[in-house]
Design a protein around this ligand. Structure first.
Ligand SMILES: C[S@@+](CC[C@H](N)C(=O)[O-])C[C@H]1O[C@@H](n2cnc3c(N)ncnc32)[C@H](O)[C@@H]1O
Length: 297
């Protein structure tokens, strides 16, 4: 699970501690997360289109790319169940590059009521193989790429490969992909970027999963390589002893790399992939822009 004093930087999402830490940060970013509304509205429209084409609106395949700990799928299911939608014929597939994130999704997300749920470790650039392996080619109704996850695809080549996978996955005339891109301007407001120098201090989070552990994450630097920003942090895990004293369990440099995809880059990227087109752009909050993509019939 990593070790005290190792200098090798760890990917920001790649340990059981970091996976829980991510969820604790997300709980603080609540006001930013309006994405479930967007994904739910898409799902309702997809159901309407299926009905109009005499297809079963309850039989849906939903894929969450870069699912992390499954926040978006869980939110989508909760909202659908609250609205009385039967999910017993629905398939949810969440996949992520980090095995630790999908492990936590599998451990913590209660998706009772959803017909079939799968958590898989894979890269967004391999969407085509993930889909083909399950026979979902041309049968996927909704693809989500939430919370700016596409910023982790840092080259146009990676972006293209993902979009080509999307083209072969979506159900023609019905399916939609909803891709969130983080606004560069709002990123400093996020709890990821808590820093002592800012006066906000590095926020401490108590683990809910590991008894008596505390996480502390301090931003130590931001560098730019072209359009790719690399943030580094010192991530510490502390154990609180019975007498209240603290013992450092782990201290690691973590690294988060992301490309600041501009609106024109996103439009070009989507426009360059045959068979898909940009159906909509929406900006429901100051945090992110949603690009909705469909496949040509
Ligand atoms: C900002 S988090 C979003 C997590 C989740 N979608 C949410 O909304 O809470 C980005 C996620 O993308 C994952 N990720 C990074 N590179 C990826 C890649 N090439 N393919 C798939 N997932 C990736 C990270 O491991 C992380 O879980």
């Amino acid at each position: 699970m990593g070790s005290l004093g190792t200098d090798e930087p760890l990917d920001f999402y790649s340990s059981p501690y970091l996976a829980e830490h991510y969820d604790l940060i997300c709980a603080q970013e609540g006001s930013f997360f309006k994405d479930i509304e967007i994904f739910s509205a898409e799902l309702m429209q997809i159901r309407d289109r299926k009905r109009a084409k005499f297809q079963d609106p309850d039989a849906l395949v939903v894929i969450d790319v870069g699912t992390g700990t499954g926040r978006a799928l869980h939110g989508l299911a909760q909202k659908a169940l609250k609205n009385g939608i039967d999910l017993s014929k629905v398939t949810f597939l969440g996949f992520d590059l980090s095995q630790d994130m999908v492990n936590r999704a599998a451990q913590t997300r209660d998706l009772t009521g959803v017909g079939h749920v799968e958590w898989v470790c894979a890269s967004a650039v391999d969407l085509d193989s993930v889909v083909c392996a399950r026979g979902f080619h041309g049968k996927v109704d909704l693809i989500m790429f939430a919370d700016g996850g596409i910023l982790h695809l840092t080259t146009p080549e990676e972006g293209h490969k993902f979009l080509r996978g999307l083209e072969m996955s979506l159900r023609p005339g019905i399916g939609r992909a909803c891709i969130s891109v983080t606004n560069r301007e709002s990123v400093d407001d996020l709890h990821y970027y808590d820093t002592e120098a800012s006066g906000k201090g590095a926020v401490e989070y108590e683990s809910q999963h590991f008894p008596n552990l505390i996480y502390r994450n301090t931003l130590t630097g931001i560098t730019e390589e072209g359009t790719v920003g690399i943030s580094t942090f010192q991530f510490e895990v502390w154990k609180v002893q019975e007498d209240g004293r603290r013992e450092l369990v782990e201290s690691r440099v973590t690294r988060l790399a992301g490309r600041w995809w501009t609106q024109s880059e996103m439009k070009d990227l989507i426009g360059e992939v045959p068979g898909i087109y940009l159906a909509e752009i929406a900006s429901p909050d100051n945090r992110q822009i949603f690009y909705t993509v469909e496949v040509q019939q």
